[in-house]
Design a protein around this ligand. Structure first.
Ligand code: ATP
Ligand code: MG
Length: 312
């Protein structure tokens, strides 16, 4: 999977609804050209998973996703022999089972009787796909070692089946929230990109893409509040995704601005832990945030006008 030019990446991502910047575009372009896996690390809700999806859309290819979780097994990731199918096949061959046992046995251990997990699917595609290995920090070291082997050699070895060589090399995007530190060998083989919470400019752009018809002023205030909240020492500061939902909620409520009195209704969108709720309930906590938000709002409005003028 490759893009001819950097502009193709930029345009493709934008059309897929992903707000980027020139640095990220060039990194993604290099990664696809050099067939290097990319490791995206950063806080929840910053668009790591979405970047992989947008990239697949931009390249007009499929996305195959391996969702990681604690205790994930080789079988779940790569696949396993379908024993029921094997048994069924043997039943249909009953009349020759004695004579042709050796032949039958080897045919049972081919890909025809193998249920393909995401990793196997990805390397057997006729056309390169995006392979998203999502939330890699949830797996243990053993599983990480298994991945390493696949990503280094583009082949998968399975007992009784043998070694399956990749038909095409997928473009691999790995994501992590840093719950566990990933090993160095994996890092060495990948390009590493931190994805942080967006700055005012980028958040404005994302809100523009994702909540198209909200009034400018409201979006600017929401961006302002997001920035203020992220500087407020919360356990779980709101991500861009939560701010998008927040603007949608304000629209549903028919509000055109954020007022301190709306605190309790807006709380479920902004504070997601007991500690954070308590912090926002502190005397003047929310009121002061709304005041700080107004300062950032002006910056956001300036960015919005600049974007609007550029588009016009
Ligand atoms: N650059 C961006 N452009 C457009 N939308 C974005 C961008 N970044 C984030 N978003 C929005 O945020 C949402 C959440 O992003 P995503 O699920 O990719 O986060 P994540 O980093 O994978 O989070 P987690 O670590 O919790 O899995 C997306 O569905 C999208 O609406
Ligand atoms: Mg994700």
């Amino acid at each position: 999977m490759t893009f001819n030019t950097r502009e193709d990446v930029a345009r493709g991502l934008r059309e897929a609804g992903y707000a980027t910047d020139p640095i990220l575009v060039q990194i993604m372009w290099l990664a696809t050209r050099m067939q290097k896996p990319i490791l995206l690390e950063g806080p929840p809700g910053t668009g790591k998973t979405y970047l992989a999806q947008a990239l697949a859309a931009a390249a007009k290819t499929d996305l195959i996703r391996l969702q990681c979780f604690e205790g994930i097994t080789e079988k779940q990731a790569i696949g396993s022999f379908d024993e029921a199918l094997q048994r069924l096949y043997l039943e249909t061959q009953e009349h020759v089972i004695d004579r042709e046992w050796d032949k039958l046995r080897s045919s049972l251990h081919t890909l025809d009787f193998f249920t393909h997990g995401p990793l196997m699917q990805a390397v057997l595609q006729p056309k390169p796909v995006v392979l998203l290995i999502d939330e890699l920090d949830k797996v243990d070291q053993k599983f990480e070692a298994l991945l390493l082997e696949i990503l280094s050699d583009w082949q998968i070895t399975i007992p009784k089946l043998g070694t399956v060589k990749a038909k095409t090399i997928p473009f691999v995007v790995m994501t992590s929230n840093q719950e566990r530190r990933l090993g160095d060998p994996l890092r060495r083989r990948s390009l590493y990109k931190r994805i942080e919470h967006p700055d005012v400019r980028k958040e404005v752009e994302i809100l523009d893409i994702r909540t198209v018809d909200a009034p400018l002023e409201l979006k600017a205030q929401a961006v302002g509040l997001a920035q203020a909240l992220r500087g407020y020492n919360l356990v779980k500061p709101p991500s861009i995704d939560e701010i998008v939902q927040f603007v949608r909620a304000l629209q549903l409520l028919g509000e055109v601005e954020i007022r301190p009195e709306m605190r309790d209704v807006l709380m479920p969108f902004l504070a997601k832990t007991e500690e954070d709720v308590k912090r926002l309930l502190l005397k003047d906590g929310f009121r002061s945030l709304v005041a700080t938000a107004l300062k950032y709002r002006d910056e956001a409005l300036a960015a919005m006008r600049a974007t609007g003028e550029a588009a016009a």
